[in-house]
Write a protein that binds this ligand. Sequence first.
Ligand code: NAD
Length: 478
Amino acid sequence: MSEQFDIVVIGAGPAGYHAAIRAAQLGMKVACIDAALGKDGKPALGGTCLRVGCIPSKALLDSSRQFWNMGHLFGDHGISFKDAKIDVGAMVGRKDRIVKQFTGGIATLFKANKVTPYYGFATLHPERLVKVKQHDGSEVELTGTNVIIAAGSDSIELPFAKFDGEAIVDNVGALDFTEVPKRLAVIGAGVIGLELGSVWKRLGAEVTILEALPDFLAVADAEVAKAALKEFRKQGLDIRLGAKVSKSVVTGKGKKKEVVVSYADKDGEQSITVDRLLVAVGRKAASKGLLADGTGVKLDDRGRIEVDEHCHTGVDGVWAVGDCVRGPMLAHKGFEEGIAVAELIAGLPGHVNFDTIPWVIYTEPEIAWVGRTEQQLKEDGVPYRAGSFPFAAIGRAVAMGEPAGFVKVLAHAETDRVLGMHLVGVGVSELVHEGVLTMEFKGSADDLARICHAHPTLSEAIHDAAMAVDKRAIHKAN
Ligand code: NAD
């Protein structure tokens, strides 16, 4: 006999736990199932984001940034010290404590909202029956009036660079190195490669990033990508573009392992020898083993669950959200989809505006954007005006010793409506939300230009960039 719920959520990552908590707030009886275990072998809620993604990587990015600043920024402030050392074990331990705090926080939130957690692997069967294989080997059966699949995503493994958890790792392994690798190669100059490559570079590793595409960060605005690449190379990140990796060979044992990585670029076949190899070539939907025969739920050619614009699978009462469906693999996109589906099930309006989902890459300088890039506007034939402003002319940024980067505002040439905001520089992960808000409220560059911004703040760069759209920025020649 299966236990009956109003909603059964498969997956307690960002999309799943948001769906579960919002549905419980709306008075529904909710179960949420997750198979993941933490480093201590105990069930850990929160998904990739909390366990091995956004949160732990930010912890390491922050630790490594403090260390880097000691050697690169402190001197300019007149601060000196002797023998800065990094204790990798202590740094990773701090990261683990933060992860535990947040994964435990989801369990507390479930309790407070009366969401029933189940710990094990869930498979969806016809008629919204969900069978859960629990960690002790027992099985429970749940039936939902509605089922929300939020199974997330897994790292893509390359056939010629299989993860061994030692020499060849994915993002999870690269969060737990026990010492700074002398030489680290990264396959893929995407978000994970740049963030984790930066962490270990700042701590002293020689980092080589091999990227197959000829253009750096092709998803970002070209000017932003160019400025970021220049800064990363200045920091010593060896980023090789148009470098397609085809082979890796591991030699030696344990800590003495080395990896010979072979790639082809415009000059022909090349190879480098490193101590650790991080493979960061994207993620795939975690749909394996999720669906029993006869559910009617379809997968697309990339293994993602097919859904319509409301995250409905087309099968009565079955929905899917987050990384396991189309759209960007971003935790906050999953948050919004989870909430929207819970509200739709409750008969409320639920909607996610894909046009205003912000992107952030937490490097130094940070990269962030919302809306269309200049190249996309050109391709779409949209007439636009651009205004940009450098942080080098912003008093606060210079006082902080962080003058790199700029803000660019793109607005429709006739209506002045903001179509995109692109930022590279210190703290832009927070600043980008000014662009998100403006776009959500269908604001114009002139609106932004006429809104009072506190001085001295980093946000003045947005104010001046908005004024520059109309060639009236005060602090630069227009
Ligand atoms: P990605 O898609 O961002 O980048 C992968 C890169 O690997 C691409 O540029 C691709 O051209 C390159 N590549 C693929 N095969 C290659 C080969 N054989 N040789 C050389 N280069 C090769 O993927 P990711 O960095 O692994 O991130 C995965 C997902 O997680 C992304 O969707 C990302 O948005 C998400 N994520 C987001 C954040 C954030 O928002 N800050 C952080 C981490 C991850």
